[in-house]
Design a protein around this ligand. Structure first.
Ligand SMILES: NC(=O)c1ccc[n+]([C@@H]2O[C@H](COP(=O)([O-])OP(=O)(O)OC[C@H]3O[C@@H](n4cnc5c(N)ncnc54)[C@H](O)[C@@H]3O)[C@@H](O)[C@H]2O)c1
Length: 257
């Protein structure tokens, strides 16, 4: 039986680890040809592992999404892109009262990767996308709310939603849908580092904070990257053909409370 993503070319940025890796694996499991785009020089290892696990065609592309030349080159060998997951992003604390010489550089780098890099990714991928294709940006529930000490990251995730809404209008007439997934807390390296910082500020243990975060959700534990991947498959599938310009929370209801 032909599956939803058989013969579809799916590009996932930030797919060496975390959410991007799980999303790329999910598409590969559904029969897609997957292109992994990541700044980690070991990206080839990820592509070999996903190919072995899923039997799909997986291609590794080493690329820093904040560099326009890199991004242009990254997509130059891909004939057609059916699905683009603009997921690569970085996070770090940037407290407003922190030392400016440290945090200004962090603020600039977060903006460069999360905002400019997402824009460049879409701008170059779009040249290979035709009517019926679809784009999903990874924003965050922090793109809809505010967490103290993370101004650069929060601002970048709000910016991702502005970008998504604008491009949904701009690319809609060309038959291209643009949406965002806003994950809640997901157990990945950078998120657990942020958790450590917040636990430290609250003077509680990381385990206690994880428990508190789970209790803020409508159900379940804090998610794994694999849990979040389903939202991407849904948004780029035939079941979402009338959905564009939307920021879907994949947070087990955490933002409701
Ligand atoms: N983990 C969470 O709780 C959470 C919640 C909401 C949103 N997010 C978002 O999910 C996305 C993935 O984050 P994650 O938690 O899986 O972290 P992660 O570090 O595991 O994954 C990020 C990936 O992006 C890659 N990357 C970083 N900078 C890059 C660049 N300049 N060019 C290309 N690749 C680059 C990294 O090598 C890595 O593979 C990010 O956009 C993050 O903001 C994460």
């Amino acid at each position: 039986m032909q599956r939803e993503y058989t013969n579809k070319n799916v590009v996932v940025t930030g797919s060496f680890s975390g959410i991007g890796r799980a999303v790329a694996t999910a598409y590969a499991s559904e029969g897609a040809n997957v292109f992994l785009v990541d700044a980690n020089p070991r990206i080839e290892e990820a592509s070999e592992a996903i190919a072995a696990q899923t039997q799909a065609k997986v291609t590794a592309i080493h690329c820093d999404i904040s560099d326009a030349n890199h991004v242009e080159r990254a997509f130059s060998d891909i004939e057609r892109i059916d699905v683009l997951i603009a997921n690569a992003g970085i996070e770090a604390a940037t407290p407003i009262d922190g030392p400016m010489n440290v945090y200004l550089e962090k603020f600039k780098r977060i903006s460069e990767v999360n905002i400019t890099g997402t824009y460049l990714t879409i701008a170059f991928a779009r040249q290979r996308m035709a009517a019926g294709s679809s784009i999903v940006i990874t924003s965050s529930i922090w793109g809809k709310t505010a967490v103290p000490d993370f101004a650069a990251y929060n601002a970048s995730k709000h910016a991702n939603l502005g970008l998504m809404r604008t491009l949904a209008k701009e690319l809609g007439p060309h038959g291209i849908r643009v949406n965002a997934v806003c994950p809640g807390w997901v157990k990945t390296g950078p998120a657990m580092e942020s958790l450590r910082i917040l636990a430290n500020e609250k003077n509680c243990s990381e385990e206690a904070l994880l428990k508190e975060l789970s209790e803020e959700q409508c159900f379940g534990e804090v998610q794994s990257p694999e849990d979040v991947a389903f939202a991407y498959l849904m948004l780029t599938s035939k079941y979402s053909i009338n959905v564009t310009g939307q920021a879907i929370n994949a947070d087990r209801g955490a933002l409701l409370t």
